[in-house]
Design a protein around this ligand. Structure first.
Ligand code: ATP
Ligand code: MG
Length: 391
């Protein structure tokens, strides 16, 4: 008898046509995540079994908890010997570890040549546990559900389940470009997008020397923290200084943020296309700041036809903070280094920008050469390299 891990796919079941592709990708993602472990995988249409070769099952489970597309993780006892007596023995051992009071047995027989029917096995094992423990049966709302899965290769028995992250396996839905600032919101927006099976590249606008190397390192750390869930591995850094200075020197100060964000979107779209990203993602939340009123979003969005995903659009800040703590980006996000948006904040940013006025203002300076220069001189940081190589 040995301990193995059983994985249930959850939401994948709703994607019938793509199921094989989803399972194959999930398997690849598991191999990548568990590259430092030694194990075998058996997969089928409904489940995946991970069979560790060493005594490190708890560590493996910890890693599996960070993989999207896994609905439930179960540590099961496996035995080649699927005889009635052995099943009874293992089931009793497992139930004796629990100090709860009510239970129910559920048998699943994928090996239809097995001589005992599922219902009969439920009764046999249920009766045996009733006789040898103080458990009572509760078929409607049991505290412990004892599962017996009989397959060709043997039997799997378990009574505990760990919730997985859910969502879809990363990269099954293509790639997008996350506008990643050093704030609290954008890493959370990224996390929620990865959850839907989208692989992310990260895009950071920096304005050295107005922003510091610490601000850049903070964004690198946030990107690395998101890599725990992602597989993209690339941070693209745009040198935004000249554009920001040009806006600052030449244009209406109350429109500084609106126009700056329009330039960010313009650049993001071009970089997204070059890098085969099918959408741009950002951390905007309606109403959170002056640049996130609906009329600001309308004025900024106007520069692009590209899909802009805003997973946080309806979130309250407190809910965003809760997720950022869960994914371990919060403590990094609150470090005090200046972002390029905060360096040039006007005293009175416009809340309801007027598009006609924006277009008039933008005519005062020819941004196109600077935009092309910024797009062509993007610095690519490979997040798969060691930290010491990056900082
Ligand atoms: P965050 O907490 O994510 O910084 P925020 O509430 O501070 O967001 P803004 O500064 O208006 O809001 O930025 C809105 C979104 O624009 C950010 O969530 C991020 O996606 C993007 N963004 C802002 N600044 C940058 C930057 N320097 N580089 C890349 N993306 C940025
Ligand atoms: Mg910000």
């Amino acid at each position: 008898m040995k301990k193995v891990i059983l994985i249930k796919y959850g939401e994948l079941t709703t994607k019938k046509d793509n199921r094989k592709f989803f399972i194959k990708t999930l398997k690849k993602n598991i191999f990548n995540k568990l590259s430092s472990f030694d194990f075998d995988i058996i997969d089928d249409y409904y489940r995946m079994f991970i069979i560790p070769k060493h005594d490190d099952i708890d560590d493996i489970v910890l890693h599996l908890k960070d993989i999207f597309g896994i609905h439930e993780i179960v540590i099961a006892l496996y035995s080649e010997d699927a005889s009635e007596d052995n099943i009874k023995k293992i089931s009793l051992e497992l139930m004796k570890e629990s100090n709860l009071k009510t239970f129910k047995v559920e048998t699943n027989r994928s090996d239809k040549s097995y001589p005992i029917k599922s219902m009969d096995m439920n009764n046999i094992v249920g009766g045996y546990i009733l006789k040898n423990t103080s458990f009572k049966v509760d078929v409607h709302n049991p505290e412990v559900l004892l599962n017996i899965e009989i397959r060709k290769e043997g039997v799997y028995i378990y009574n505990q389940r760990i919730k997985g992250l859910g969502g879809y396996p990363v990269s099954t839905l293509g790639r997008a470009l996350l506008m990643l600032s050093g704030g609290i919101d954008s890493p959370v927006a990224g996390y929620l997008t990865i959850k839907r099976g989208v692989e992310l590249y990260y895009l950071y606008f920096e304005s050295r020397p107005h922003t510091s190397i610490e601000a850049r390192n903070k964004v690198i750390s946030l990107a690395r923290k998101l890599e725990r869930f992602n597989s993209g591995g690339k941070l693209l850094v745009v040198n935004f200084t000249k554009i920001q200075e040009a806006i600052y020197k030449n244009l209406d100060p109350s429109y500084l943020i609106t126009i700056m964000r329009r330039k960010m979107y313009t650049i993001a779209e071009r970089i997204a296309k070059k890098n085969h990203c099918l959408a741009i993602v950002n951390g905007e939340s309606v109403g959170q700041v002056a640049s996130q009123t609906l009329s600001s979003i309308l004025a900024v969005n106007n520069v692009t036809n590209y899909p802009i995903l805003r997973p946080l659009c309806s979130f309250d800040k407190l809910d965003i903070i809760e997720i950022s703590k869960k994914i371990d980006t919060y403590e990094t996000s609150i470090l005090p280094y200046e972002d390029c948006c905060t360096v040039f904040v006007p005293r009175h940013p416009v809340i309801n920008p007027n598009l006609k006025h924006i277009i008039e203002e933008e005519k005062k300076f020819d941004f196109e050469p600077l935009i092309e220069e910024a797009v062509n001189s993007v610095e690519i940081i490979d997040l798969k390299e060691k930290i010491s190589d990056l900082l």
